[in-house]
Design a protein around this ligand. Structure first.
Ligand SMILES: Nc1nc2c(c(=O)[nH]1)N[C@H]1C(S)=C(S)[C@@H](COP(=O)(O)O)O[C@H]1N2
Ligand SMILES: [Mo]
Length: 249
C-alpha cells in the first residue's frame, strides 16, 4: 500500500496483502485433495479462501466441514497470527476509564452471554445468512471499567500485531455489539479470530476485529486499519462505502 494514496482502493478489506490473484487460480486447479498437504500459512490462507469460495457452489455441503467454510472467507492482514489459548489469552481494557483491567477467557465466560443471529456482510460483497454469535456485550465491559467524562470513542487492537478498529462510544454501547467468544454455536476457532473477536452486527464485517486483545477508551475516533486505507469509519451495512446491501440488523 502506497502511503501517499491512503484513499486508494486497490487493496480490499479481506484480500490479504500481497496475495497474488494467480495463487487462487492455481489452487482452484489443484482441487480439494491438497488440503492435508499444504501447511504454510500463506498457502493455507489462499487455500481457505479457495475452499470458502468453493463452498458457495457445493450442493453437498461437504466443504462446510472445512476451515472457514459455510460461505466465510478467511481474512488476515498478517501472514501468520500467534495462537492464544484459554491459558495465554488476555483482553485488556484501559484508556479513559476509572478501573483499567485485564480479563482471562474464563473471566469473560463467567459474565452474562448474549446470543445474536444476524447476516454477515463483507464490504467486498459476500454475505452469510443467519449466523449466531455469542459473547459479552461490549457495553458491560465499558460499564465495569467506568468510562470517564470526556471520552468519545473506543479503539480495538489485536494480537496479530497489525489490525485495529474503532467505534464511537455510542456505537460501542449498542446492544448488538459483542466481544464474541462463540460463532455458529461453537467456540471461536483460531481462523475466525478466536479465542475472542469483536462482533459489530450492524456494520460491515471489517469492523469485527479478530484476535481481539485490547480495548482502549479514547477521546476521539482513531481510524482503524482499513479506514486508514479509505474505508468508512461509520460502516453501517447498506449505508456506507458506496454500497446498497440489505442491512444486517
Ligand atoms: N485481526 C483481523 N480482524 C479482521 C480482519 C483481519 O484481516 N484481521 N479482516 C476483517 C474482514 S475484512 C472480514 S470480512 C472479517 C473476516 O472474518 P472471517 O475470517 O472470520 O471470515 O474479519 C475482519 N476482521
Ligand atoms: Mo471484509
Amino acid at each position: 500500500m502506497n502511503p501517499e494514496q491512503p484513499a486508494a482502493r486497490d487493496e480490499e478489506p479481506g484480500e490479504g496483502k500481497g496475495r497474488p490473484i494467480g495463487r487462487r487460480v492455481l489452487l482452484g486447479t489443484l482441487g480439494l485433495g491438497v488440503l492435508g498437504v499444504v501447511t504454510a500459512p500463506t498457502l493455507q490462507r489462499g487455500l481457505e479462501s479457495f475452499l470458502a469460495g468453493a463452498s458457495d457452489k457445493d450442493p453437498t455441503g461437504l466443504t462446510d466441514l472445512l476451515p472457514n467454510g459455510g460461505g466465510f472467507r478467511y481474512y488476515s492482514v498478517t501472514s501468520s497470527v500467534p495462537r492464544k489459548t484459554a491459558t495465554t489469552y488476555r483482553l485488556t481494557v484501559d484508556g479513559l476509564v476509572d478501573r483499567p483491567g485485564s480479563y482471562t477467557l474464563a473471566d469473560l465466560r463467567a459474565l452474562p452471554q448474549t446470543r445474536l443471529v444476524r447476516d454477515v456482510q463483507c464490504v467486498t460483497g459476500w454475505r452469510v445468512p443467519g449466523t449466531p454469535f455469542e459473547g459479552v456485550r461490549l457495553s458491560r465491559l465499558l460499564d465495569a471499567a467506568g468510562v470517564r467524562e470526556g471520552a468519545g470513542a473506543v479503539r480495538f487492537t489485536c494480537f496479530d500485531g497489525a489490525y485495529s478498529e474503532s467505534l464511537t462510544l455510542d456505537q460501542a454501547r449498542r446492544a448488538d455489539v459483542l466481544v464474541a467468544l462463540r460463532m455458529q454455536d461453537k467456540d471461536l476457532g483460531h481462523a475466525h479470530g478466536g479465542p475472542a473477536r469483536l462482533y459489530v452486527a450492524p456494520m460491515y464485517f471489517y469492523k469485527s476485529a479478530k484476535w481481539l486483545s485490547g480495548i482502549t477508551v479514547t477521546k476521539d475516533v482513531k481510524p482503524g486499519y482499513w479506514e486508514e486505507r479509505g474505508y468508512d469509519v461509520d460502516a453501517w451495512v447498506g449505508r456506507s462505502n458506496g454500497r446498497d446491501d440489505e442491512p444486517t440488523t
